[in-house]
Design a protein around this ligand. Structure first.
Ligand code: ZN
Length: 57
């Protein structure tokens, strides 16, 4: 029997995307509600990694 999450809504309905650096899936957070479209990295660590290692296009 699956564990019932305390979260009321359907978790799967939340948007998600992949971190540009580590490709880890990031699930929508309330803290990102205002700038979700601009969120590219899962953490500050990834943001800094990207800054120090620019991708060659
Ligand atoms: Zn990341």
């Amino acid at each position: 029997m699956p564990t019932q999450p305390s979260f009321k809504g359907n978790k799967r309905s939340l948007p998600s995307k992949l971190c540009k650096v580590c490709a880890r899936e990031m699930t929508w957070r309330k803290a990102w509600a205002k700038n979700w479209e601009q969120v590219l990295y899962c953490s500050d660590a990834c943001r800094q990694r990207k800054a120090s290692a620019p991708a060659a296009s």
